[in-house]
Design a binder for this molecule. Sequence first.
Ligand SMILES: Nc1ncnc2c1ncn2[C@@H]1O[C@H](COP(=O)(O)OP(=O)(O)OP(=O)(O)O)[C@@H](O)[C@H]1O
Length: 575
Amino acid sequence: MPMQYKQFIYHLFIYLKPHVGKLVFTSVMIMLATVLESSVPEITGRIVDELFATQRESRTAFIYAFALFGIVVLSSLFALTSTAVSSWVSNKVIMDLRVTMFAKLLKLPKSYFDQHPTGKTLSKLTFDVEQIADSASTIWLDFIKSSMTVVILISYLFYKNWQLSLTLLVLLPLMYLAVKLSSNRMRRSSIKVQKSMGDMTHLLNENISGNTLVKIYHAQSQISEKFNSLIKNIRQQHFKVDMSSSFNTAFVNILIGLSLSSVVYFSSTSLQMSAGEFLSFFTAMGMLLKPAKSLVNINKPLQNAMAAGESVFGLINEKKESNVGTKKLKKPKGAIQFNDVSFGYNHNTIVLKRINLDIKSGETIAFIGATGSGKTTIIKLLMRFYSPKQGSITVDGIDINQFEIDSFRSNIAFVDQNVQLFNDSIRGNIALGQLGTMSDKQIKLSAIAANADEFIQQLEHGFDTQIGENGVSLSGGQRQRLAIARAIAKDSPILILDEATSALDNVTEKQVQNAIHEMQKDRTTIIIAHRLSTIQKADRIIVLRHGSIIEQGTHQELLEHRGEYTQLYKHQFEN
Ligand SMILES: Nc1ncnc2c1ncn2[C@@H]1O[C@H](COP(=O)(O)OP(=O)(O)OP(=O)(O)O)[C@@H](O)[C@H]1O
């Protein structure tokens, strides 16, 4: 449902509240500038009547010349101050919104990231947020200035000649109608522009990071087509917004033209105005043109801002990752139990069925099974990225939902098959989350244990080498060793390895396996592996099929059992 004006203002006001003083100040400044500027028609009329139509006294000429100059200088200074303060406020609001959005982003549940394309989320923080902040001050000031000018000048026109002004006022409802009719159309187009911008950012993001595949699979033309159709859509929607806005302006211009012509005709015929009176009236009407246009056009940035508000405040109002637990988990022994756990990502499918598992403290458990059998899902539940639909998971006998989430996760180290490195130094990547507290010695020892120290030393700046976006300057094996060093450095009682050594050659894998083996001592370790050679030493191997445990035991026990594990083992061995 589109956001209502009231909701939009309510949400925006939360960010404007600390700056109310500044906003009032800029409003007063712009009001003063407006009042001064609005006195120009009266002064011009008087100049004509008192200076040009009668005697040309130099004293009067000086007074009027000085007054005009004073008005211009003062109103410019007031306008300048107002613009400076309002720009400060809108940039501050952009910054505050970005800080809030980013903080929320870090606290969103995993399911949010699974369901929302990255590019769309990026676009909220880059494009949409700027559009909202515009309304925070620029639109507001424009509105004050224009509406005040309109009110003052219309009052002035009534004061000068109410009959003529009343006739002109008939045109106002027509202007209102034009604005009303186009605003819904503009709003719909603005929302579409924002969605398309999100899609475009997503496509760009995907293709820049996936440029290797694009080249190898010669996907340039396929992707260009997609991109072209997206930007065509953006162009069309932008064009619609611009056309609605231009139509409004043209319509209002015609109405104003009609008013000006009427004034010329009536003031000189039936009303018999003096030259000065005519000039005042005519100038005031001429001066109405710009603010009236502004008021009509204010609808365009306002509709953009409202559409952006839906997107930005939608993200800010997203539900945070559930964190109702209050218990702190400090140095657990690491005994883990799955009690009758069932789970599905949505209501219709079941991915895990009644999993019962008792993992002892310090035990090494390996999960194997065909692709899609639910291995990764089990560890996602254990890391509390998702909650079981049925049953419970405990650590040291306490339901993991009872723990405060950060304190719980601080006891888990994780190495993923898709190694994620950050655009930081090697040191920053190993000591992720603990850069200020982890000693250089601990960082180095972790690197040595992960067999990463040697290649780090060969880099020009050693541990201080910046590794570039997602470690593009490193080989797959080097990246994986860094991820392992990061896990070793965290020194947690629970260790989860998801295909952690898949990118290593046989020799390096053997060395890293030794490191991992060392690391497993006194830790509960959960391993997911496709290559059975990496898990033969596990205390227990759990075989999954379609989300259920079908076999478990040591390597030897499972081979003797001659079930699915034996089949898998034979298959890999023969290969
Ligand atoms: N975020 C998600 N939303 C919906 N379904 C998902 C999601 N993640 C996984 N699934 C589905 O859940 C099932 C189990 O997936 P899971 O990743 O746990 O399997 P896996 O055994 O780890 O597979 P692989 O060995 O290929 O990594 C699959 O059918 C998969 O399609």
